[in-house]
Design a protein. Structure first.
Length: 88
Protein backbone atom coordinates (compact mmCIF):
# COMPACT_ATOMS: atom_id res chain seq x y z
CA UNK A 1 0.00 0.00 0.00
CA UNK A 2 1.78 3.16 -1.15
CA UNK A 3 1.50 6.61 0.41
CA UNK A 4 0.25 7.92 -2.89
CA UNK A 5 -2.72 5.60 -2.75
CA UNK A 6 -3.55 6.63 0.84
CA UNK A 7 -3.45 10.30 -0.12
CA UNK A 8 -5.92 9.73 -2.94
CA UNK A 9 -8.49 7.20 -1.74
CA UNK A 10 -10.97 8.52 -4.32
CA UNK A 11 -8.90 6.91 -7.07
CA UNK A 12 -10.38 3.55 -6.10
CA UNK A 13 -13.85 4.85 -6.85
CA UNK A 14 -13.06 6.58 -10.14
CA UNK A 15 -15.80 5.84 -12.66
CA UNK A 16 -15.16 4.17 -15.99
CA UNK A 17 -14.32 6.00 -19.22
CA UNK A 18 -17.92 5.41 -20.27
CA UNK A 19 -19.22 7.32 -17.25
CA UNK A 20 -16.59 10.01 -17.81
CA UNK A 21 -17.80 10.30 -21.38
CA UNK A 22 -21.40 10.70 -20.22
CA UNK A 23 -20.23 13.38 -17.80
CA UNK A 24 -18.34 15.16 -20.59
CA UNK A 25 -21.47 15.05 -22.76
CA UNK A 26 -23.49 16.58 -19.92
CA UNK A 27 -25.63 13.45 -19.60
CA UNK A 28 -24.93 13.02 -15.88
CA UNK A 29 -26.97 15.19 -13.50
CA UNK A 30 -24.66 17.36 -11.36
CA UNK A 31 -25.92 15.69 -8.19
CA UNK A 32 -25.10 12.20 -9.49
CA UNK A 33 -22.47 10.56 -7.23
CA UNK A 34 -20.15 9.99 -10.18
CA UNK A 35 -20.53 13.62 -11.32
CA UNK A 36 -19.79 14.83 -7.78
CA UNK A 37 -16.74 12.57 -7.67
CA UNK A 38 -15.45 13.68 -11.09
CA UNK A 39 -15.89 17.36 -10.22
CA UNK A 40 -13.75 16.93 -7.11
CA UNK A 41 -11.23 14.38 -8.38
CA UNK A 42 -8.01 15.63 -10.02
CA UNK A 43 -7.39 12.21 -11.54
CA UNK A 44 -10.80 12.20 -13.21
CA UNK A 45 -10.32 15.79 -14.40
CA UNK A 46 -7.07 14.69 -16.02
CA UNK A 47 -8.72 11.63 -17.58
CA UNK A 48 -11.55 13.85 -18.78
CA UNK A 49 -9.08 16.12 -20.59
CA UNK A 50 -7.32 13.14 -22.12
CA UNK A 51 -10.67 11.74 -23.20
CA UNK A 52 -11.62 15.09 -24.76
CA UNK A 53 -8.30 15.37 -26.57
CA UNK A 54 -8.49 11.79 -27.74
CA UNK A 55 -12.02 12.31 -29.03
CA UNK A 56 -11.11 15.57 -30.76
CA UNK A 57 -8.07 13.95 -32.38
CA UNK A 58 -10.20 11.03 -33.48
CA UNK A 59 -12.88 13.31 -34.96
CA UNK A 60 -10.22 15.35 -36.78
CA UNK A 61 -8.70 12.21 -38.22
CA UNK A 62 -12.06 10.86 -39.43
CA UNK A 63 -12.97 14.21 -40.97
CA UNK A 64 -9.56 14.47 -42.61
CA UNK A 65 -9.81 10.98 -44.04
CA UNK A 66 -13.28 11.63 -45.40
CA UNK A 67 -12.55 15.05 -46.88
CA UNK A 68 -9.30 13.82 -48.39
CA UNK A 69 -11.13 11.50 -50.75
CA UNK A 70 -11.59 13.66 -53.87
CA UNK A 71 -14.25 11.53 -55.51
CA UNK A 72 -15.05 14.11 -58.19
CA UNK A 73 -11.38 14.46 -59.07
CA UNK A 74 -10.97 10.71 -59.32
CA UNK A 75 -13.99 10.57 -61.65
CA UNK A 76 -12.57 13.40 -63.75
CA UNK A 77 -9.21 11.72 -63.98
CA UNK A 78 -10.79 8.42 -64.99
CA UNK A 79 -12.97 10.07 -67.63
CA UNK A 80 -10.03 12.06 -68.99
CA UNK A 81 -7.96 8.90 -69.18
CA UNK A 82 -10.77 7.07 -70.97
CA UNK A 83 -11.15 9.91 -73.48
CA UNK A 84 -7.39 9.94 -74.06
CA UNK A 85 -7.41 6.21 -74.71
CA UNK A 86 -10.41 6.52 -77.02
CA UNK A 87 -8.68 9.30 -78.92
CA UNK A 88 -5.70 7.00 -79.22
ZN1 LIG B 1 -11.75 10.09 -9.83
Amino acid sequence: MSDEFKEQPSVARCPSDEVLGSYAEGELPPQHPAAVHIAGCSVCQMRLRQLDEGLAAWKDRIEDECSDVPVERIKEAVHRKLREEEAG
